[in-house]
Design a protein around this ligand. Structure first.
Ligand code: HEC
Length: 135
């Protein structure tokens, strides 16, 4: 490996340089879909019960509820794509902040059953890039 490449590798490991572009989007997609599973609550289902690919992360009515009532439980989840109302209201910076702190622009966590994710900056950025790649 050249000295330059080992410098880049070390910088990436140290988190001082982030990998951008397609790789970052793919990593964000992996985190969102395979690890956090955001689509399970934020994507509506078709009549046959599959996630509707045409409405990916566009917000949904949940198909489950608690056996015993939970205070402030939400039956619906918002559209979390960049063209949705939430993104327009919050702006990109607040979305990135939210993914790292679990706190909304009002400084509060979201209501149940939305989990409070506290992602590392690189992971939150990758997830943000993936969301930005959606329409
Ligand atoms: C278990 C179901 C569930 C999962 C999994 C889930 N969400 Fe949510 N999410 C919700 C519900 C329900 C709400 C509405 C709660 C509210 O408005 O306070 C919500 C709200 C949100 C909000 C708006 C918060 C607010 O206070 O307005 C954002 C942003 C969000 N989710 C992003 C995500 C992302 C990104 C993921 C994956 C990393 C994810 N959600 C995973 C159910 C879920």
């Amino acid at each position: 490996m050249s000295r330059f490449l080992s410098y880049v590798a070390a910088a990436v490991l140290a988190g001082t340089v982030s990998f951008a572009g397609e790789k970052e989007v793919a990593y964000g997609k992996y985190l969102l879909e395979e690890v956090a599973k955001c689509q399970e609550c934020h994507t509506p289902k078709t009549a046959t019960g599959e996630l509707d690919k045409g409405k990916w992360l566009k917000g949904a009515t949940l198909d489950f509820q608690p056996v015993t009532p939970i205070e402030r439980w939400h039956k619906t989840s918002p559209d979390i794509t960049p063209t949705g109302r939430l993104w327009q209201r919050w702006g990109e910076k607040a979305v990135l902040e939210y993914l790292q702190t679990g706190l909304t622009p009002k400084g509060k966590p979201a209501d149940p059953p939305m989990p409070a994710y506290k992602l590392k900056k690189v992971d939150a950025e990758a997830m943000l890039e993936y969301l930005k790649s959606l329409k």
